[in-house]
Structure formats: C-alpha cells, structure tokens
Design a protein around this ligand. Sequence first.
Ligand SMILES: *[C@@H]1O[C@H](CO)[C@@H](O)[C@H](O)[C@H]1NC(C)=O
Ligand SMILES: *[C@@H]1O[C@H](CO)[C@@H](O)[C@H](O)[C@H]1NC(C)=O
Ligand SMILES: *[C@@H]1O[C@H](CO)[C@@H](O)[C@H](O)[C@H]1NC(C)=O
Ligand SMILES: *[C@@H]1O[C@H](CO)[C@@H](O)[C@H](O)[C@H]1NC(C)=O
Ligand SMILES: *[C@@H]1O[C@H](CO)[C@@H](O)[C@H](O)[C@H]1NC(C)=O
Length: 505
Amino acid sequence: MASPPAPAALLLLLLVSSFLISLLVVPSQSRSQPAGDAFTSILISQNGLDFVKDLLVTKAIASAVPLRLPDIEKSQKIPFVGNVEMVLSDITIYEIGVSSSHLRPGDSGVALVASGTTCNLSMNWFYSYKNTWLVPVEVSDKGGASVQVEGMEVGLTVGLENQEGTLKLSLMNSGCHVQDISIKLDGGAAWLYQGMVDAFGAQIASAVENAITKKLKEGISKLDSLLQSLPKEVHVDHNASLNVTFVNDPQLSSSSIGFEINGLFMGRQNEILPNLYYHRNQHLSVLCRDPAKMLGITLDEAVFNSASSLYYDAKFMHWTVDKVPDQSLLNTAEWRFLIPQLYKKYPNDDMDLNISLSSPPEIRISENNIDATVYADLIIDVLEAGEVIPVACISLVMRGSGSVKILQNNLAGSVKLNDFAMSLKWSNIGNLRIYLIQPVIWTVIETVFLPYVNAHLAKGFPLPIIHGFTLQDADIVCSASTITVCSDVSYAEAGNLKNLSMRFL
Ligand SMILES: *[C@@H]1O[C@H](CO)[C@@H](O)[C@H](O)[C@H]1NC(C)=O
Ligand SMILES: *[C@@H]1O[C@H](CO)[C@@H](O)[C@H](O)[C@H]1NC(C)=O
Ligand SMILES: *[C@@H]1O[C@H](CO)[C@@H](O)[C@H](O)[C@H]1NC(C)=O
Ligand SMILES: *[C@@H]1O[C@H](CO)[C@@H](O)[C@H](O)[C@H]1NC(C)=O
Ligand SMILES: *[C@@H]1O[C@H](CO)[C@@H](O)[C@H](O)[C@H]1NC(C)=O
C-alpha cells in the first residue's frame, strides 16, 4: 500500500510528535478558556516532523505488506478468440516504494503527500473459453503475472485537536491515484497480454487505490486509539508524577507543531496541588538557538516550584543529622568554646541536628541562572540519657545556584551554596553568638545537606518523551522564568511502533 505508508506515516508523525511530547489531555472546553494551565510547551520543528514522518513511512510500509487485494473476474471479448472468462486471484502487493514524501502542518490540519510511489504486485491468472471453430471444446490456461504500479500519488489531511483532554486525530480527507501500471505475464497465449491490460488495467489500478485508502483509514484510526490511550501522568518516583494532560489545541504553523501540557508535579495519590500559586507564563514559547533541532521543550519555573511544594507538603524535607564526616562536631565538647553554656549544661553529650524546611524552596529562573532559596529551621538537640532535648533553633536562609543537564531523557540538576544567613529563633540556653557557630553550620550544610539534595537532583525527572525515543545532543537555555531543552532525537528499534505501549522512561 503505497499510499498507506504515506498517510500512515503522517499519522505516525502526528502520533510521534504527540509522543515526543508525551502529552495528554485537555478539557475540550479549553477553547472557551483561552489560557489553560499549561506550564510546559513542546515544539516539533520541521526537522522533527520529517524524522517522524520518515520513521512512520518506513514502519507503515513494513506493516502493510504483503497486502492482499480481492480477486477480480471478468468476461472479455477477444478478437479471433471470442468471449473469454478471466480471473485474477491471489493479487498481492508485496513491495511499496516511496520516492518522496512531505509533511506540512497547515491551518486546517496536517497534510501528508507521498509522490512517485511505486508498488509491485504478484497475482495468478486463469482463463477459459469455448473454442467453437471445430468441435466445441473448452480451452483454459493459467499462470502467474507481476504488475508494477508507477507514479502513484497518495495524500491525506489529518485534523489534530484536543478533545475532552485527549489528543484527537481525525482523517479529514485522503486520496490515492495510480498513474500507470504495467503487467508482465509468465506464459499465456499471445493475445492474452493485451486482453488482460484492456480488461483489468483500470480495475487493478482502482483495487490498489482502494486498498491503500482503506489502509490509510485503518492506520489513522489506530494512531488515534494510541493517542487516546496515552497516560495523563508520568511516574517520577514513589510519591510524585508529572501531569502530562494536554492543554489547549495543538498549534500548527507552516513548519512546526506545538503542544502544551499541564506539566506540573502532582502527588501519586492524585492529591491536587494548590495550583493557584502558579501564574501561567503568557509567553511560554519554545525558542531554540539552533532552529534545526528536532524538538524543543520549554518548562516554566512553576514546574520546579510545584515539585518543591509537593515534596514540602509531603513532609519529605526533613532530616535528622546524627552522622557527619567529622563526628566530633556532634558532641557538646566540640562546642564548648562556641556555646560555653551548652557544654556547661550538658557536658560531653552527643547531639543531633534536626533540619526541616519552613516553607517550600523557591526557584527562580533567569537568563543563564537558576536560583534557589531554601528556608529551614535547624534545631540543635542534645541526646542525654536516651532523651532528645531541643536546646536551640536557628533559622537559615540558604541561597544557591543550580545547573541542569540532560541525563538520557531526564532533566537532572545540581546546586551549589552561594551564601546563607542565620538568625536565632529560640533558645533554652541563653543567647548564642551566631557568628561563632556559623562556620560549623556551614560545614554541616556543605558536607551533609547539599550532598543529600544533590543525590536526589542527580536523578532528575523525566521530560515528556515517548518511549523508544532518546534525546541526542541536547542544548539547555535558561531565560526569564523558563528552561528550554532543544534537542534532536533518535529512535531505538526496541520501541516497536506497532505495539507502542506508551511507557515513559
Ligand atoms: C492535570 O492537568 C489538568 C489540565 O491542566 C487539570 O485539569 C487537572 O486538574 C490536573 N490534575 C491534577 C491531579 O492536578
Ligand atoms: C518493483 O517495481 C519497481 C518499479 O516499479 C522495480 O524497479 C523493482 O525492481 C520491482 N521489484 C521487484 C522485486 O520486482
Ligand atoms: C515516598 O514516600 C514514602 C512513604 O510513602 C517514603 O518512604 C519515601 O522515602 C518517599 N520517596 C521519596 C523519593 O521521597
Ligand atoms: C524536629 O523538629 C520538628 C519541629 O521543627 C519536630 O516536629 C520534630 O519532631 C523533630 N524531630 C526530631 C526527630 O526531633
Ligand atoms: C506489546 O508490548 C507489551 C509490553 O511490552 C506486551 O506485553 C504485549 O504482549 C505486546 N503486544 C503485542 C501484540 O506484541
């Protein structure tokens, strides 16, 4: 099915793009709500569309052939022979070639055209007629034939919209036109060839056109079901997922398709985060320095702040530090010159530090910079006779800067501490000279807290990429309140497009 490949390809392309984006669903009323809650935008450039299209065309052809066409029967008057009953059976397309194909997004949908498509068919022929010249006797013969279809044009237009929170594909129109066919017979009488061409030429052509058009329709509807079955959340860890619900309709321009997804972190138990904190960035545009990159994904800083709120609300941002590289730091003896009254009250007792965040870390993204501000309370506990005795609480404001990188399909990061401020919140042991204990606290933060945070950030979280595709040569650009990842993708055969179970990394 020459034409099917192309259409199928298109579909696939659409599909893939959606996968690339890994997107999902949007309430259909999003049209009446002009600014849906989209915090991640995905743009597939012409190069990305071409990549997907080629992949889809190849896959579609591979899955379409061999393609069996219905038998054709006809009675034809042959000069000097008479009325001949002819039957073509086992008509099978076994090879399809697409010489060029184009995919063009437009206002009304995405058009895919494959031109110069060829296909090769094999079939069996049989004929019989009554020889009435002498004694009436039935004459019959049979054999094989091969048919080549040349210059076939296949085109289709697919509409793409966000329906009830799902990306919906619909076939708007499709067509297949066979320009020329040539038939080569194995055996048969001399008159048979012309008789066959006259009788069957147009019928074979239209059988091919019909079969391909039908395959295209099937292909589109399969892609559509695939889209409908895309997950609305991507698993991050035991406690968090990303909401990959599609928001708004896809934006088709002459050389790209853009998608928007909610993109925020959410609890695995479907707890709804207080989204009110997040103001949608009106200009969540995907701008890549290198427009040749196949894919761009722009994340609003709200995505990072939603992660921060989620983990904060889930009370994971709480640590008891009772082991440090220099364990003597956690004994009142070590503090006797810094906080003499502590040592006096609890001589030679072990200590721990109870660190908990007092509000979700704030993340601000600016040009070439990611800043994080962390507010924490640090309680100094003394461990005496199996009892934990809180003795003082210090408020910390830590400022760090982050960097991000791509690890497979994850956006991973790390932070370093730039500065921090301390103040005494309360104390049961009188006033503390904060500046004296500052170096100790700094050491604890640098040697315990930061490595812990960085170990988590190093794993990162998944970008919305369809299973089977991997980012290649990604660039990351930070600009005012957004991070954009611009990348090419490669496709691993392991992700079988025919069985695209939408798993994410
Ligand atoms: C996911 O995003 C959609 C679209 O913004 C939103 O309607 C839905 O409430 C979100 N789901 C959760 C669990 O936050
Ligand atoms: C299929 O057809 C093309 C031209 O239409 C021809 O070049 C090619 O050799 C054919 N392949 C086979 C296996 O017959
Ligand atoms: C996820 O939650 C479980 C408790 O439900 C907790 O034990 C675990 O540490 C959490 N994981 C992360 C990565 O925070
Ligand atoms: C740590 O401090 C918090 C108050 O900030 C308290 O609720 C919690 O019980 C303390 N944890 C330990 C292990 O002392
Ligand atoms: C599709 O893939 C899934 C998981 O990889 C597998 O369980 C299932 O059997 C596959 N289906 C087909 C038709 O190959």
